[in-house]
Design a binder for this molecule. Structure first.
Ligand code: CA
Length: 146
Protein backbone atom coordinates (compact mmCIF):
# COMPACT_ATOMS: atom_id res chain seq x y z
CA UNK A 1 0.00 0.00 0.00
CA UNK A 2 1.40 3.42 -0.88
CA UNK A 3 1.50 5.74 2.04
CA UNK A 4 -0.78 8.71 2.16
CA UNK A 5 -0.80 11.85 4.23
CA UNK A 6 -3.07 11.61 7.25
CA UNK A 7 -4.00 14.45 9.58
CA UNK A 8 -3.39 12.74 12.91
CA UNK A 9 -4.58 15.81 14.82
CA UNK A 10 -8.10 15.43 13.48
CA UNK A 11 -10.47 15.14 16.40
CA UNK A 12 -7.63 14.91 18.90
CA UNK A 13 -8.36 15.80 22.50
CA UNK A 14 -7.81 19.52 23.05
CA UNK A 15 -7.53 20.93 26.55
CA UNK A 16 -7.45 24.58 27.52
CA UNK A 17 -8.84 26.47 30.47
CA UNK A 18 -9.92 29.47 28.38
CA UNK A 19 -12.91 28.85 26.07
CA UNK A 20 -12.79 25.11 26.82
CA UNK A 21 -16.15 24.58 25.11
CA UNK A 22 -14.54 25.71 21.83
CA UNK A 23 -11.47 23.49 22.22
CA UNK A 24 -12.51 20.91 19.65
CA UNK A 25 -12.89 23.66 17.05
CA UNK A 26 -9.11 23.58 16.71
CA UNK A 27 -9.10 20.03 15.35
CA UNK A 28 -12.47 19.57 13.65
CA UNK A 29 -11.07 19.99 10.11
CA UNK A 30 -13.42 22.93 9.59
CA UNK A 31 -11.79 26.29 8.98
CA UNK A 32 -15.08 28.03 9.77
CA UNK A 33 -14.81 27.12 13.45
CA UNK A 34 -12.19 28.52 15.77
CA UNK A 35 -10.71 28.68 19.23
CA UNK A 36 -9.65 31.99 20.75
CA UNK A 37 -6.60 31.84 22.98
CA UNK A 38 -5.83 33.72 26.16
CA UNK A 39 -2.33 35.08 26.77
CA UNK A 40 -0.29 32.64 28.81
CA UNK A 41 -2.93 29.92 28.80
CA UNK A 42 -1.67 26.79 27.06
CA UNK A 43 -3.73 24.91 24.52
CA UNK A 44 -2.76 21.25 24.63
CA UNK A 45 -3.53 18.92 21.75
CA UNK A 46 -3.30 15.25 22.75
CA UNK A 47 -2.99 12.96 19.72
CA UNK A 48 -3.78 9.95 21.88
CA UNK A 49 -0.59 8.11 20.92
CA UNK A 50 2.85 8.84 19.56
CA UNK A 51 2.70 9.70 15.89
CA UNK A 52 5.66 10.32 13.58
CA UNK A 53 4.67 13.56 11.93
CA UNK A 54 6.39 15.23 9.02
CA UNK A 55 4.71 18.60 9.31
CA UNK A 56 2.22 20.63 11.23
CA UNK A 57 0.17 23.65 10.24
CA UNK A 58 -1.47 26.11 12.59
CA UNK A 59 -4.04 28.36 10.94
CA UNK A 60 -5.70 31.46 12.28
CA UNK A 61 -8.05 34.25 11.27
CA UNK A 62 -6.02 37.02 9.71
CA UNK A 63 -8.19 39.80 11.06
CA UNK A 64 -7.33 38.73 14.57
CA UNK A 65 -3.67 38.37 13.93
CA UNK A 66 -0.83 40.73 14.01
CA UNK A 67 1.86 38.29 13.04
CA UNK A 68 3.63 37.01 16.09
CA UNK A 69 7.10 38.35 16.43
CA UNK A 70 9.70 35.70 15.77
CA UNK A 71 11.87 35.94 18.81
CA UNK A 72 14.51 33.89 20.50
CA UNK A 73 12.91 34.31 23.88
CA UNK A 74 9.39 35.66 23.68
CA UNK A 75 7.47 34.46 20.63
CA UNK A 76 3.87 35.60 20.55
CA UNK A 77 2.76 32.16 19.41
CA UNK A 78 4.85 29.46 21.04
CA UNK A 79 4.46 25.98 19.57
CA UNK A 80 6.01 23.10 21.46
CA UNK A 81 6.13 19.38 20.78
CA UNK A 82 6.26 16.45 23.18
CA UNK A 83 6.39 12.68 22.86
CA UNK A 84 5.16 12.03 26.40
CA UNK A 85 2.99 14.98 27.40
CA UNK A 86 5.53 15.97 30.05
CA UNK A 87 8.71 17.25 28.43
CA UNK A 88 8.14 19.78 25.65
CA UNK A 89 10.58 21.16 23.11
CA UNK A 90 10.01 24.38 21.22
CA UNK A 91 9.61 24.23 17.49
CA UNK A 92 11.67 26.72 15.56
CA UNK A 93 8.51 27.75 13.82
CA UNK A 94 8.21 30.10 16.79
CA UNK A 95 11.71 30.58 18.13
CA UNK A 96 14.82 31.43 16.16
CA UNK A 97 16.80 28.54 17.51
CA UNK A 98 14.28 25.85 18.27
CA UNK A 99 14.88 22.48 19.73
CA UNK A 100 12.88 21.01 16.83
CA UNK A 101 14.11 22.15 13.43
CA UNK A 102 11.88 22.98 10.52
CA UNK A 103 13.53 22.22 7.18
CA UNK A 104 10.90 24.37 5.54
CA UNK A 105 8.66 26.81 7.31
CA UNK A 106 5.94 29.27 6.51
CA UNK A 107 5.07 32.19 8.76
CA UNK A 108 2.26 34.27 7.38
CA UNK A 109 -0.74 36.27 8.40
CA UNK A 110 -2.92 33.19 8.60
CA UNK A 111 -0.60 30.23 8.56
CA UNK A 112 2.35 28.83 10.48
CA UNK A 113 3.68 25.67 8.89
CA UNK A 114 6.72 23.61 9.83
CA UNK A 115 8.05 20.68 7.83
CA UNK A 116 10.47 18.40 9.66
CA UNK A 117 13.30 16.47 8.00
CA UNK A 118 12.91 12.91 9.09
CA UNK A 119 9.64 12.96 10.90
CA UNK A 120 9.32 13.69 14.56
CA UNK A 121 7.66 11.60 17.23
CA UNK A 122 4.87 13.59 18.81
CA UNK A 123 2.04 12.75 21.15
CA UNK A 124 1.20 16.28 22.29
CA UNK A 125 1.39 19.72 20.73
CA UNK A 126 1.19 22.72 23.03
CA UNK A 127 0.33 26.20 21.77
CA UNK A 128 0.72 29.19 24.04
CA UNK A 129 0.12 32.79 23.01
CA UNK A 130 2.15 35.30 24.92
CA UNK A 131 3.08 38.93 25.31
CA UNK A 132 -0.52 39.79 26.11
CA UNK A 133 -1.73 38.52 22.74
CA UNK A 134 -4.77 36.45 21.90
CA UNK A 135 -5.30 34.75 18.57
CA UNK A 136 -8.27 33.17 16.88
CA UNK A 137 -7.03 29.79 15.75
CA UNK A 138 -9.08 27.97 13.16
CA UNK A 139 -7.25 24.68 12.79
CA UNK A 140 -4.21 22.66 13.75
CA UNK A 141 -3.16 19.89 11.40
CA UNK A 142 -0.37 17.39 12.02
CA UNK A 143 0.53 15.23 9.05
CA UNK A 144 1.88 11.70 9.22
CA UNK A 145 2.41 9.27 6.34
CA UNK A 146 0.40 6.12 6.87
CA1 CA B 1 -11.80 24.47 13.09
Amino acid sequence: MPKTDVNVAANATVTTSFNPDDANNLVDEDTATSLVSAPGTPIIVDLGQVETIKSFTLSRVSSSANFGTLSATTPEILVELSSDGIAYEASNISVIVGDVDCINSTRGQTTMKCEMANGYDVSHIRITTRNGKSYQFTELEAIAEK
